[in-house]
Design a protein around this ligand. Structure first.
Ligand code: NAD
Ligand code: MG
Length: 318
């Protein structure tokens, strides 16, 4: 079910969307009107943003995602699991039967606690591990903790990301460039390298790339570069690990309403138009990404290797 707030706003939309049409992710619905066409007010938060302070609220699937046992008994590590796409994925994984280790930054405790509570409500283990993934030792310790706490590991979702918009290359400091690379690319490498020796055949690694990998915005030069790297890393490593029975794939979201955007991810004046230039005419919600991660994590995608699954509201991709 939709939140009261969202349902209220939806009632102003034409054609009318009745709450009963959005019971869960399987309910037949028109993707154009499945969610409100939001015009987020101009807002800004310090990095990393908090879901708790996001206006309007995003849908993480709290009231809509229905599990059907697709990840029964699986052991997952999800980075950036406190908010946005990672949080929606963590909730979905738990409802599909997986125990989840949640990685996030210490400043995000409030968001992480809310998601951990939802996982426990689904009857699964939620292990919170705050830490800064720009540090290689923290990445290795995170994997060790996950293996110890879950009794093994068979799903790794590299989803943590840093995105800071700058109008001019002269405004991208060396520190910003370095931190964006460290968060988006190095951490993926460090975590994957540490995880592989623990992953049994059947395990899956899912990286979060972006439409920015092939269609970079002029304001996201450093960020978009990392997303192209992630796509390439995914396709090369997928071939290397396939013979071991470990599948590597990626999800490439389009414009999704998350705390990344108002915490310097977009120029503030661009926020009200966020996502409106997609063929569906609206921003996506994190809950609409979770089924892509579930599919790639589950054995049902056993012959899908090195794939980038675009979830972007219809923008063409190579
Ligand atoms: P989000 O802000 O909710 O999630 C990003 C998370 O990254 C944060 O919650 C934080 O926990 C984590 N993170 C950032 N720096 C970190 C660090 N140094 N150490 C540990 N964790 C750190 O935003 P989101 O949009 O859900 O982002 C998730 C992923 O999706 C990112 O990789 C992002 O690039 C990607 N993505 C997002 C969009 C979009 O429109 N929102 C589009 C394409 C790709
Ligand atoms: Mg967050």
């Amino acid at each position: 079910m939709l939140s009261m707030c969202m349902a209220g706003k939806l009632s102003a939309l034409k054609p009318m969307i009745r709450r009963s049409t959005m019971t869960d992710q399987y309910t037949f619905k028109n993707p154009v009107t499945a969610y409100e066409h939001i015009s987020p007010p101009k807002q800004s938060q310090p990095e990393p943003g908090l879901d708790a302070k996001l206006t309007p609220k995003s849908d993480l699937g709290e009231d809509t995602y229905r599990g059907t046992g697709r990840l029964e008994g699986r052991k997952a590590l999800v980075t950036g699991a406190d908010s946005g796409i990672g949080a929606a994925t963590a909730i979905a994984f738990a409802r599909e039967g997986a125990d989840v280790v949640l990685s996030y930054l210490p400043e995000e405790e409030e968001d992480a606690t809310r998601i951990a509570n939802l996982i426990e409500k689904a009857g699964r283990k939620a292990i919170k591990v705050p830490g800064d993934l720009k540090d290689s030792a923290t990445c290795r310790e995170l994997v060790d903790t996950a293996v110890r706490e879950l009794g093994g590991l068979d799903i790794l979702v590299n989803n943590a990301g840093k995105q800071v918009a700058q109008e001019d290359i002269g405004e991208i400091t060396d520190e910003q460039f370095d931190h964006t690379q460290k968060t988006n690319v190095y951490a993926m490498f460090w975590l994957t390298k540490a995880a592989v020796p623990h992953l049994p055949a059947g395990s899956t690694i899912i990286n979060t790339t972006s439409i920015q990998a092939y269609n970079p915005s002029p304001t996201l030069v450093d960020y978009a570069t990392t997303k192209a790297s992630i796509n390439n890393f995914t396709k090369g490593l997928a071939q290397q690990l396939a013979p071991k029975g470990i599948r590597v794939n990626a999800v490439a979201p389009g414009p999704i309403w998350t705390p990344l955007q108002p915490s310097s991810g977009q120029p503030v004046e661009a926020l009200p138009e966020f996502g409106k230039d997609t063929p569906l005419g609206r921003a996506g919600q994190p809950a609409e990404l979770a089924p892509a991660y579930v599919f790639l994590a589950s054995a049902e995608s056993s012959y899908v290797v090195g794939e980038t699954l675009n979830v972007n509201g219809g923008s063409p991709t190579p």
